[in-house]
Design a binder for this molecule. Structure first.
Ligand code: ZN
Length: 133
């Protein structure tokens, strides 16, 4: 799958198949297709907060400048900007995280989970869990 299409469809940055989100805003902890853990470490999503500000800036700076230069009164332009900020909140939250996952994968690619944890170990682990029941 093309990278841009995968980002728009909110697919895993590693395999581009599994959904990052289940439902509208709830994230999967791991990829349902390849099994990588999305949150690598505590504080992992702090960069996505910064990316969210960037996404807001990409939309709001040109909009604010256009309203200013068209001399739209503040009684109209302030509510317009406020409504756009409110409408953008959920998409910005989602795509800031998705874009951060793709940037992180680009800068520091993850290994396949089978190469990190041998499949034999995974099989033994699941058998021992079953025998404890
Ligand atoms: Zn995946």
């Amino acid at each position: 799958m093309n990278g841009l299409v995968a980002i728009l469809r909110r697919r895993c940055s590693h395999c581009r198949e599994g959904n990052i989100f289940q439902g509208l805003w709830r994230m999967n902890e791991t990829c349902p297709a390849c099994g990588i853990r999305f949150e690598r470490e505590q504080g992992y999503w702090m960069v996505s907060v910064f990316l969210g500000y960037v996404l807001y800036g990409v939309v709001l700076i040109p909009l604010t400048l256009a309203l200013y230069f068209k001399q739209v009164p503040a009684s109209i332009s302030f509510p317009v900007v406020g409504i756009i900020v409110a409408v953008m909140a959920l998409p910005v939250f989602i795509y800031a995280r998705v874009i951060w996952l793709y940037l992180d994968e680009l800068l520091d690619p993850r290994e396949d989970i089978e190469t990190v944890i041998p499949q034999d170990f995974l099989d033994v682990g699941s058998d021992s869990l079953d025998s404890n029941k």
